[in-house]
Design a protein around this ligand. Structure first.
Ligand code: ADP
Ligand code: MG
Length: 768
């Protein structure tokens, strides 16, 4: 039997006399303590004092740190450790942050007569029948009827292995059962219950006492189940929480914790995993318990603190102080057929002020589709080139990089500035040549995908890095780009207006400029969702517009540049339209597999009105600008993200004529799918669209894939916890302002924990 001994204030431990005798010790004998899976191992020690014993105890707790591999936990064998590992749980800390996604109230055994539908309940009784039942309709299920003194309830399995079930579910057997009660006609039933069997003559109480992890409490239900029994995992988690939750130290400044009403972290962890008797499992399930708030706040706080320090750190570094000579910027403005909008001028002034300052710029330019970000970026690039520096422009896909290349080199040719494109398809000598030109500085503006930040690319003198469509890149990519020069300025452009909460997590380290004005003369685009049965009418609209001398786009989804079947569909569609529908009109096709020269040729013909209808894939998402195009038909609109539809739609409505966007869909959309597309009809405000997109799809999808740069949160949920994020951000930025390098003694632990959580990323962020 384990004996509880207490550590006194003065570090003394007192061991009951009879235990001392068992151990062959007498009062005053030194002992040493060591952590073992079962608890703490006490052994007689020859050269220790009670005080030494205390510090040893603390050290050992220290060593029992959170990086302890999970296989050390009692009950975790090699096979289980492997299963857990596959789910990303390698250490005790990983396990502590695997939170239950729901709870079951197993505090009481409920008499069968009092089982209520909708509740997960525990009941006990004897099986009075168990067998396969066939319905009249030919369906088969397994049914076991359980009886206690108050009544009977039917347990059912619909997908089952009868031999397996019959082995344990036998008439006359007694057990304790747990499951969700449902109602079927007048009868209550429980599907696929858990069972804990009673041995001959054993009482319910005895069995429950034997397994205090699963009974007599609010029990956690974890999200991992594949190849893993809930019960097994629960026992492992109990071991982890009991042994290690207390090792998790709260290092947030105490006044922050007090102001924000936070629990100690160790207590919060204990509470979310194994809630005490007073717990409200509903609140916990909804993430609204103080324990949830504590964990979420903690996670956000460190994220925001890192961003805050990074921002301050960069602001303090020495950077390039550019001067504005107007050598190229003035001539460019003369070449342009229009004047800059007020918003463009304001944002450009903010950028120039940053560039002239002797610290690195780190700025985000946000502006809706068509607000003219490219021009602003080009002007900034020209300032760098005027000062004899190189500029790198990074886009998330090859196609976007090519589009930028095509757009910019037209202007730059006239100004006598060399623009170079780096793509991953560049091979052999051609690649060598390009890299050499970049290294020598002959390439003044270099455009590419993340190929630009690869090791082999060396700049002679990088002064400015521009990242377009930033939401697909993260802090690390920005850090790598910075490393390509000596503290170059960084300008980030986002075409997708990003909801505030996301912006704070992804771009929290950047200063913000917003181009909040569209160039004049644009008319709002009318958008309509059309089902397949309206196709002929849609063709009619295209015809009408062309008859008026306007042009049209028909867009095909090509989600991945590599999806051959999609490409085929687009090409077939173009042929069908050319031969069968619009044989009297001039059609062109544009897709990502075409060579840059071919694409440029097609775009030029479209611009010169030599093409009436351009069938294209999403290649045209950016870059194409033909004010005479007044109608866009987007096929399979349901396959696009809303923000992407918004980008595409931005290709029309660029002139003074009324423009239309028709979202074609084959019909039979889900309710959510329909709701999404209707958003496009109701607004042309990019911010509202992206908020709606985020709400419907969730942040992961919204931002695309892994490259999103959005941190993987362990416990927080951006949508649910937006308020906490703002509070954590304020507190974190206040700490960073007061102690920009976390040098104060009181912040030592905070600093260490920050470094641990951000890992290598802090160095790239420039503050390690
Ligand atoms: P986005 O912000 O979506 O990247 P672009 O930079 O592609 O927008 O600009 C959209 C179109 O507006 C381009 O054709 C560009 O030449 C044009 N444009 C940019 N600035 C102005 C302006 N001040 N006045 C008129 N047209 C402009
Ligand atoms: Mg753009």
């Amino acid at each position: 039997m384990p004996v509880v001994i207490t550590l006194a204030e003065n570090g003394q431990i007192s061991i009951p006399d009879d235990l001392l005798k068992d151990l062959g010790l007498k009062p005053g004998d030194p002992v040493s303590l060591a952590p073992v899976p079962e608890g703490i191992l006490l052994t007689p020690h020859l050269s220790s004092s009670p005080v030494a014993a205390k510090s040893q105890l603390q050290d050992s707790i220290h060593r029992k740190n959170l990086e302890t591999p999970i296989h050390v936990i009692k009950g975790v064998g090699p096979k289980l450790a492997e299963t857990l590992g596959r789910k990303g749980i390698a250490t005790v800390e990983d396990a502590l942050y695997l939170l239950p996604n729901r709870y079951e109230d197993r505090r009481q055994v409920v008499p069968i007569a009092r089982l209520r539908p909708g509740m997960t309940s525990v009941f006990a009784g004897e099986i009075i029948s168990a067998d396969v039942v066939a319905t009249k309709g030919g369906r088969r299920f397994f049914e076991a009827v359980v009886r206690d003194a108050s009544g009977t309830v039917s347990c059912k399995w619909f997908n089952f292995n009868p031999a397996f079930l019959k082995k344990s579910w036998k008439q006359g057997r007694r057990g304790i059962f747990t499951g969700l009660v449902s109602q079927f006609g007048l009868q209550r039933e429980v599907h696929h219950p858990d069972a804990e069997w009673l041995a001959e003559g054993e009482t319910v109480e005895a069995v429950m006492a034997r397994d205090p992890v699963s009974f007599g409490r609010v029990v956690p239900v974890y999200p991992l189940t594949e190849g893993l029994h809930q019960k097994t995992l629960r026992k492992v988690m109990k071991g982890v929480v009991d042994q290690f939750a207390s090792c998790v130290e709260s290092v947030l400044p105490p006044e922050v914790a007090r102001r924000q009403g936070l629990l100690p972290l160790s207590e919060a962890l204990q509470r979310v995993h194994f809630p005490g008797g007073d717990a409200d499992s509903q609140l916990l399930e909804e993430g609204k318990d103080p324990a949830n708030r504590t964990l979420v706040f903690d996670e956000f706080f460190f994220l925001e603190l890192g961003l805050a320090l990074k921002r301050q750190g960069i602001a303090l570094e020495t950077g390039i102080a550019f001067s504005v000579s107007h050598t190229y910027t003035k001539p460019l403005l003369k070449l342009l057929p229009f004047a800059m909008t007020g918003a463009q001028r304001r944002v450009l002034a903010e950028i120039k002020a940053d560039m002239m300052a002797p610290h690195p710029m780190h700025r985000l330019v946000q502006g809706d589709v068509g607000s003219g970000k490219t021009l602003v970026a080009l002007m900034a690039a020209l300032v760098a080139v005027e000062n004899g520096y190189q500029v790198a422009i990074m886009a998330p896909t090859e196609i976007l990089a090519e589009q930028h290349y095509l757009n910019l080199h037209r202007w730059c040719d006239e100004l006598g500035i060399s623009v170079t494109l780096i793509t991953s398809s560049l091979k052999g000598n051609a690649k060598k040549d390009v890299l050499a030109r970049v290294a020598e500085g002959a390439a003044q503006i270099v455009i590419g995908t993340h190929a630009v930040i690869q090791e082999k690319v060396e700049f002679q003198r990088l002064g400015l890095g521009i990242v377009d469509e930033q939401h697909r890149f993260g802090v690390i990519q920005r850090g790598l780009l910075r490393k390509k020069g000596e503290n170059p300025d960084i300008l980030v452009m986002t075409a997708t207006p990003i909801p505030r909460t996301l912006a704070m997590t992804v771009f929290g380290d950047l200063s913000l400029s917003v181009i909040d004005e569209l160039p004049p003369g644009r008319t709002p685009i009318e958008t309509r969702v059309c089902y397949e049965n309206r196709r002929q009418q849609v063709y009619g609209i295209i015809r009408e517009e062309v008859a008026k001398g306007r042009q049209a786009y028909v867009i095909y989804p090509l989600v991945e540049e590599s999806e051959k079947s999609d490409l085929k569909a687009a090409i077939q569609m173009a042929e069908h339209l050319a031969n069968d529908i619009f044989s009297d009109l001039r059609l062109g096709i544009l897709h990502g597999r075409m060579k840059p020269e071919e694409k440029e040729g097609v775009m030029r013909s479209f611009k010169a009105r030599e093409i009436d209808i351009l069938v294209a894939t999403t290649v045209i998402e950016v870059g194409i600008d033909v004010p005479n195009a007044t109608v866009m038909v987007i096929e399979h609109a349901e396959r696009f993200g809303l923000s992407q539809l918004h980008q595409l739609r931005g290709r029309v409505g660029r002139g003074s004529e009324k423009s239309r966007c028709i979202l074609m869909t084959p019909g039979r959309l889900t309710e959510d799918g329909e709701k999404r597309l209707r958003v496009m009809e109701s607004t042309t405000d990019g911010f509202r669209i992206s908020e709606a997109d985020l709400e419907i799809r969730g942040p992961g999808d919204f931002l695309g894939t892994r490259q999103a740069g959005i941190p993987d949160f362990r416990v927080a949920n951006i949508l649910r916890d937006g308020r906490i994020l703002e509070e954590a951000r304020q507190e974190a930025f206040a700490v960073a302002e007061r102690d920009p390098e976390l040098k104060l003694a009181e912040h030592a632990k905070l600093r260490a924990e920050l470094a641990r959580r951000w890992g290598g990323r802090l160095e790239l962020a420039g503050i390690a």
